[in-house]
Ligand binder design. Structure first.
Ligand code: HEC
Ligand code: HEC
Ligand code: HEC
Ligand code: HEC
Ligand code: HEC
Length: 186
């Protein structure tokens, strides 16, 4: 009976004290979750954010099956803050010579003919108070997949990382990159 007595002695006897204990455990849990969320995002990511796009562009087809290099389309990544999305000109480099028909291709051709940029919906978007630059990271040799996951396998690009502060800080610590607040917040 020694076992149950030890357990029992941890639980207060009065009802009020028991209620307070439950409350303290609950608040402690909520606060812990808040801190973890702040650094790392949801503990269980049951869904990823995958916005619908105006034209069904497939990374799996272009970057996976056809092995078009990421930076053929995202040309700015190594040169600037932005990786950017490709212009219609980039699509037309190939599509001007392709004869295949499909509703998505018809939509693309219409944008090209009327010179109307496609309004892609953003997948990744940091809050305005955070400074990030692709150039520094690409020059250092990090692969796109390090932060964006295996995009070349995705029909539709979805978020695989929340890009919460802990995500940035962990890698900065591992690589002896700066971790002062003003590195990322000015
Ligand atoms: C390097 C050449 C190349 C570039 C650049 C390129 N595509 Fe393609 N795309 C292809 C080829 C090849 C196919 C497959 C055509 C086929 O199946 O015969 C294709 C297929 C597609 C399809 C059809 C999918 C389907 O089956 O309905 C869409 C939509 C599409 N591309 C959109 C785009 C858009 C938007 C861009 C610019 C952001 C782009 N492509 C840039 C070569 C390219
Ligand atoms: C043929 C052109 C093309 C190639 C090659 C390509 N992309 Fe893209 N990428 C696009 C277009 C167009 C969009 C915007 C539509 C979308 O989100 O699917 C995009 C969107 C993205 C996004 C989401 C941007 C956002 O809104 O946050 C990421 C991340 C991305 N690409 C990474 C990659 C990586 C990594 C590779 C190489 C493995 C790659 N792309 C190869 C054309 C391309
Ligand atoms: C060290 C992490 C990291 C690496 C490596 C990285 N990205 Fe990003 N990427 C981000 C973050 C963070 C954002 C959101 C930026 C923002 O909201 O200001 C982003 C945004 C994007 C976008 C949306 C448009 C834009 O420019 O903001 C595209 C497209 C993209 N990345 C493609 C790529 C490609 C292609 C590569 C490889 C050549 C790459 N990324 C490598 C972290 C990374
Ligand atoms: C995969 C590892 C990795 C990830 C993830 C990463 N970084 Fe970095 N970052 C580095 C390294 C390494 C450097 C130093 C590059 C150099 O020495 O040129 C750096 C440099 C920087 C710099 C430039 C510092 C300076 O002194 O100018 C900024 C700003 C930055 N990162 C912001 C971010 C943000 C914001 C995120 C998260 C969205 C992030 N990084 C995620 C590895 C990473
Ligand atoms: C390597 C980059 C990096 C460094 C260094 C960094 N942060 Fe952050 N921080 C971020 C990112 C990315 C976010 C946005 C996370 C998100 O979307 O919730 C963020 C968010 C925050 C927020 C949340 C604001 C909000 O919108 O809720 C605060 C507060 C903050 N950081 C404070 C700090 C302090 C204090 C330091 C220094 C001890 C620091 N950060 C260092 C990348 C960084």
């Amino acid at each position: 009976m020694g076992y149950s007595r030890t357990t029992a002695s941890l639980i207060p006897t009065s009802i009020t004290a028991r209620l307070i204990m439950v409350l303290v455990i609950f608040i402690g849990g909520v606060l812990t979750y808040k801190v973890v969320y702040f650094y790392n995002g949801p503990i269980l990511s049951l869904s990823t954010f995958t916005p619908e796009q105006p034209i069904a562009f497939s990374h799996k087809l272009h970057a996976g099956d056809m092995k078009v290099p990421c930076q053929y389309c995202h040309t700015y990544a190594r040169r600037s803050e932005m990786a950017g999305v490709p212009s219609l000109k980039t699509c037309d480099n190939c599509h001007a010579n392709l004869t295949k028909q499909s509703p998505a291709i018809t939509a693309l051709k219409k944008n090209i003919e009327t010179n109307t940029p496609i309004e892609w919906n953003r997948v990744y978007d940091l809050p305005d108070h955070v400074w990030f630059s692709h150039k520094r990271h690409i020059k250092k040799g990090f692969a796109c997949q390090e932060c964006h996951g295996p995009v070349e396998t995705m029909e539709v690009v979805g978020k695989v990382n929340e890009h919460k502060m802990g995500f940035c800080l962990n890698c900065h610590q591992d690589n002896k990159a700066p971790t002062d607040c003003y590195t990322c917040h000015s």
